[in-house]
Each structure stands twice: as structure tokens, then as C-alpha cells.
Design a protein around this ligand. Structure first.
Ligand SMILES: CC(C)(COP(=O)(O)OP(=O)(O)OC[C@H]1O[C@@H](n2cnc3c(N)ncnc32)[C@H](O)[C@@H]1OP(=O)(O)O)[C@@H](O)C(=O)NCCC(=O)NCCS
Length: 218
């Protein structure tokens, strides 16, 4: 079934099973207000097809959401080169002019027992381009996971950051973790606002000046 989200930003191919739909998607409204980003997306089917889960936008563009894999190294490096210095600093918390090959390899070869990484791929080009990444790294002893999210500029303000972060939250819950957390620069208002909408709380990171530690108890 093709469904339109309440804000009309992204169209999702959704499983029609009612149990997979969020209450807001069944027509419920908050006193006539649109739902917050955190609930704008219904749960979609598990990523299974080779291209991943299709996400369609009102302007006709389409992305596919799937897990990252070892063959994504080149796309990840191209994505890094398209980022502004500011986005690089916000994602990695410091300036980086290059994504070193060993790091790119490492980021694409995850250990599924302690890591999840989703990518948003634009398959309309050859080769396909990576437009977003969301990942968690689990600390089993602490029962928590650190997350990071990145959406390339051309694809921002479409609800994709919220979508990826919500998927990571769901993944942490499925793993039985009690907390998901991340470091965010205090100047990074978009990310802090996004996290606030999803119910995260923030405190100053004592060991990292200029950085907030945001977390969500699960
Ligand atoms: C922060 C980032 C992930 C947001 O991604 P996005 O796909 O644009 O976010 P969404 O469209 O899901 O926005 C969800 C909400 O976040 C807030 N938000 C997002 N971008 C914002 C902006 N530029 N200004 C103010 N609020 C913003 C809004 O409340 C928004 O809801 P709204 O669109 O209904 O107003 C993206 O800008 C990015 O990748 N930045 C660089 C890397 C980074 O900062 N990563 C975080 C470190 S882990």
C-alpha cells in the first residue's frame, strides 16, 4: 500500500498489517496538530529485498533503506567527499579532510552482534550513491549503545534523520538494551532539536568541552 505521511514529506511503502501502523497513521490527531517527527513514520516491513526498503518522496525522488555492507566502501567515501566541513565536524566531532581507507573499510564491515548500521541509497544513479547513514555501537557490559546519524544536505528536512534514529532506537529495544546515547556538539541545533523531539534528554559532556551527551532510556 502506498501511504502518505502526515507531513507529506516522504511516502513509504508500508505493510498493510494494522499492527505495524502507528496510531497517528490511523487518522488520530493531537487536537488538530500534526504529529511530531518521532511518530511521523509507521513501522515499515523488515528490510529484506536486495535494494532494501523503498522510500518515496513527493518530488518523485526515491531512496532505499538497507543495512550497510562491505561493498559500500566506495559509496561511503564519495558521500564523505560531498559533505561540508561543518557536517563532517558535526558527525565526527572534529575536522577531517579525508576518510582514511581503513576507517571506511571498518565502518562498512560491521559486527552485527554489537553493531547496526543503516544506509539510505539513491539507486537512480550508477553507481548508487549513499545519502545517509545511521549506526549504533553496543557496549554489552553497560547495556547501552552509542549512536550517530548523518543525512546529506540535499536530503535534509525530509524526516530522514528522525526515521534513521527511530530505527536505531527500535533496534536497541529489540536487543534488550536500556539506553541509547550519543555526543552532539552544543552548536548543532538541528540534531539537538531532532533528539528532543524523539524524547532524548541532554547534559553537558564533562570530558568533551562544547559537546552535549544526549540519551534516551529505553
Ligand atoms: C542533524 C541531521 C541528522 C538532521 O537530519 P534531517 O533528516 O534533516 O532531520 P529531519 O528531517 O528528520 O528533522 C526532524 C526534526 O529535527 C529538527 N531539525 C532538523 N533539521 C533542523 C534544522 N536545520 N533546524 C532546526 N531544526 C531542525 C526539526 O525539529 C525537524 O522536524 P521538522 O522538520 O518537523 O521541523 C542532519 O542535518 C545531519 O546529518 N547533520 C550533519 C551530521 C550531524 O549533525 N549528525 C549528528 C551527530 S550524531
Amino acid at each position: 500500500m502506498l501511504r502518505r505521511t502526515q507531513y507529506g514529506k516522504v511516502w513509504n511503502m508500508l505493510n498493510t498489517q494494522p499492527s505495524l501502523l502507528h496510531p497517528y497513521d490511523s487518522g488520530a490527531t493531537r487536537m488538530g496538530m500534526p504529529p511530531p517527527s518521532s511518530v511521523r513514520f509507521a513501522h515499515a516491513p523488515t528490510v529484506s529485498a536486495s535494494l532494501g526498503e523503498p522510500l518515496r518522496f513527493e518530488d518523485g525522488r526515491e531512496l532505499h533503506l538497507r543495512s550497510i555492507g562491505p561493498t559500500d566502501v566506495a559509496a561511503l567515501k564519495r558521500c564523505f567527499h560531498r559533505l561540508s566541513p561543518e557536517d563532517v565536524r558535526r558527525r565526527f566531532l572534529h575536522a577531517m579532510s579525508e576518510l582514511p581507507e581503513p576507517m571506511a573499510q571498518r565502518l562498512c564491515r560491521i559486527d552485527p552482534s554489537i553493531e547496526t548500521a543503516y544506509v539510505l541509497m539513491d539507486e537512480s544513479t550508477k553507481p548508487a550513491e549513499m545519502c545517509g547513514v545511521g549506526r549504533i555501537y553496543v557496549d554489552e557490559s553497560a547495556g547501552s549503545a552509542e549512536f550517530s546519524v548523518l543525512i546529506e544536505q540535499d536530503w535534509t528536512r525530509l524526516g530522514l534523520g528522525a526515521l534513521l534514529l527511530q530505527r536505531l532506537v527500535d533496534d536497541c529495544r529489540a536487543r534488550g538494551l536500556t539506553e541509547i546515547w550519543g555526543y552532539v556538539l552544543v552548536e548543532n541545533r538541528p540534531m539537538l532539536q531532532l533528539c528532543k523531539e524523539l524524547g532524548f534528554t541532554r547534559r553537558l559532556a564533562i570530558d568533551e568541552p562544547g559537546t552535549a551527551q544526549i540519551s534516551l532510556q529505553l
